[in-house]
Design a protein around this ligand. Structure first.
Ligand code: NAD
Length: 423
């Protein structure tokens, strides 16, 4: 693979980091300037102030965002994140990635993202419910089953989606379960959705190992993050015979060269407020040591911007499968490429979640629900096709998988723009 990468310069803005990769891909594939211009500008940006009565009797105002990046290939789709570092620029970047991700996974969707600047771990259940309802209410003209469809992301889960659905239905007077995905099963969720992003990480890892002629049973992996994506990814990779030597979350990080007992770690987290602090199945190491530890596969599945240029120089893994969105800064791309470390990029590697969200939406529209086996089979098939497209584009354009994934997305979105026309 060539060392064609995003420019080695510092990108303080996450959206600029998206554009840097877009520019590299656009140049390589000779993308029409008109298409690039459209995609450089998110279609709609909404910022709201959400006053919430806190348990202490005082009102606190939270910032909420929703950015619709594009609707060229269909209604916009994208999660809602609760975190303290949520801001306009981050949501713009995440929304653009959703447009590209849906196109790579061949889903009939555009891209969007939402978020609330808050610390969900420091809030009571009641406060979180009031905040989620206020957000859904404020988005009544943005969300819609054929318009813009949210889902869980960092800091949110089926619980928040159920509150948002209920509030949205109340304010619109509709009963439209497909307007939100990632819901609990009893209120119209899909079997397999909870584990889907981790499952996609597993399918992509196996596909890459096959191309690298590596037997999963002789491979070790380190997984950063033990939330929705990381815990399911670790469990499913472990089930495929991969030895998980390191796991970690925001509270603690562990290494065990003999392999971590993932079931024990899952049981421990389930009983300990979903965190790993206090787990005894490995030696405690520093958070960044997980990224550079001795392993064959590295799965960053927590935060963005963790693989910096410096960390990239010290990574020992041969393969990185990006469970998180944006874990690698653009400046690290060239280091990883030069070191011939294969990176299955976020817009491919974590597209399993939105793929099963799409299945949930289809099931909601049909009012007919599939078995978990049907969901998983259809998911795996779609992931394998997406992986092959990106892999083949990497070979054809002599570039990294990351730039090839952008090319794969831009080919589809570009066709959409041309066919719809009328600008
Ligand atoms: P989550 O909130 O369920 O879990 C996040 C995990 O990251 C937790 O284990 C947390 O402890 C850990 N973490 C936080 N700060 C950390 C730190 N400083 N060091 C190490 N670990 C840290 O979130 P999630 O849904 O698993 O999302 C994780 C990433 O995957 C995000 O980038 C998200 O955008 C992306 N993603 C999620 C989905 C999905 O379906 N949930 C889909 C696609 C992409």
């Amino acid at each position: 693979m060539s060392t064609q990468t995003a420019k080695a310069q510092t990108h303080e803005s996450m959206f600029d980091a998206v554009l840097a990769r877009l520019d590299v891909a656009a140049k390589l594939m000779n993308l029409s300037e008109d298409v690039a211009t459209i995609l450089r500008n998110p279609m709609k940006q909404v910022k709201v102030s959400l006053p919430i009565m806190m348990d202490n009797g005082k009102v606190q105002v939270f910032e909420g965002y929703r950015v619709v990046h594009s609707t060229i290939l269909g209604p916009s789709k994208g999660g809602v994140r609760y975190a303290m570092d949520v801001n306009q620029d981050e949501v713009m970047a995440l929304a653009a990635w959703m447009s590209f991700k849906c196109a790579v996974a061949n889903l009939p969707y555009g891209g969007a993202k939402g978020g609330i600047k808050c610390d969900p771990r420091a809030m009571s259940v009641g406060e979180l419910e009031r905040l989620s309802r206020a957000y859904a209410k404020s988005m009544k003209d943005v969300f819609g089953v054929n318009k813009d469809i949210p889902a869980p992301d960092m800091g949110t889960s089926g619980r928040e989606m159920a509150w948002m659905l209920d509030e949205f239905n109340k304010v619109t007077g509709e009963d439209s379960p497909g307007v939100i995905t990632g819901k609990p099963i009893v209120v119209g969720g899909s079997l397999g959705r909870d584990a889907a992003t981790g499952r996609g990480v597993m399918v992509n890892t196996l596909a890459a190992l096959k191309k690298m002629n590596l037997d999963p049973k002789s491979v070790t992996a380190a997984v950063q993050g033990f939330g929705n994506v990381g815990s399911h990814a670790a469990r499913l990779l472990h089930e495929k015979g991969i030895k998980i030597v390191a796991i970690g979350d925001h509270t603690a990080t562990f290494y065990n060269e003999k392999g971590i007992d993932i079931k024990a770690a899952l049981d421990f987290a389930a009983k300990n407020n979903r965190v790993l602090k206090g787990f005894t199945g490995g030696t405690e190491i520093g958070a960044n040591d997980l990224l550079t530890c001795k392993c064959d596969v590295l799965v960053p599945a927590a935060l963005q911007n963790v693989i910096t240029e410096e960390i990239a120089q010290n990574i020992q893994a041969k393969l990185i499968v990006e469970g998180a969105n944006g874990p690698t800064v653009p400046e690290a791309d060239h280091v990883l490429n030069e070191r011939k470390i294969i990176v299955v990029p976020d817009i491919l590697a974590n597209s399993g979640g939105v793929t099963v969200s799409y299945f949930e939406w289809v099931q909601n529209k049909a009012g007919y629900y599939w078995t978990e086996n049907e969901v998983n089979t259809k998911h795996d098939e779609k992931m394998e096709i997406a992986f092959s497209h990106v892999w083949n584009n990497a070979a054809e354009f002599k570039t990294s998988m990351r730039i090839a994934a952008y090319i794969t997305a831009l080919q589809k979105i570009g066709q959409g723009v041309t066919l719809k026309g009328n600008y």
